[in-house]
Design a protein around this ligand. Sequence first.
Ligand code: GRF
Length: 219
Amino acid sequence: MARLRVGVLASGRGSNLAALIKAASDPAYPAEIALVIVNIAGTQALARAEAAGIPTRLIEHRTFATRAAFDAALDTTLREAGVEFVCLAGFMRLLTPGFVAAWRDRLINIHPSLLPAFPGLNTHARALAAGVKISGCTVHFVRQETDSGPIIAQGAVPVLTGDTADTLAARVLEAEHKLYPLALRLVAEGKVRVIEERTEIAGSVLDIAGFALFNPPER
Ligand code: GRF
């Protein structure tokens, strides 16, 4: 079967991009990374994509007069490359309603919290300040409001005594690198349906009956 042609938008470190590239390097994976677009020159994400031999485009948002013009350039570039589906991976620009509508249910994002808790920036510091005992990450379809939209998959990690925003971020990031390829696989296999702004996943990936994560653990 033809693999889903995916475009990844990134702005920075690109570790989630690297996880997707690695997953897609397996010919059996149902998606291929057809294009990586970055909006800032010299980012690690760009270097990682180039090193993997993936076509890249630098589209600098600061060279556009309006958000709409920048998003139109993104849209045209994605379509010209035959991209069918878009993954945001640390892409630090708000997208316009036109772009979000054009790619509705073909545009996903990863966020380092168990949404709908802690959308936006400084996620881990806010999770620590709130005193949650479990945090994690979420892959979701993108809607207009920041970090909102039907949830595809989530991964949970414990918050440990003595955690700082950095140690918690590192623990969550490890989960992100597993979750994003898993979520993209489900979508590419056609297993994810959006129904009334929630998703239904065909076939259970894991039999979770009888499992629960308790934090602190039961004695
Ligand atoms: C990740 O924590 C992701 O969840 C968030 O931005 C960060 C990007 O990291 N949206 P990286 O660029 O993938 O390393």
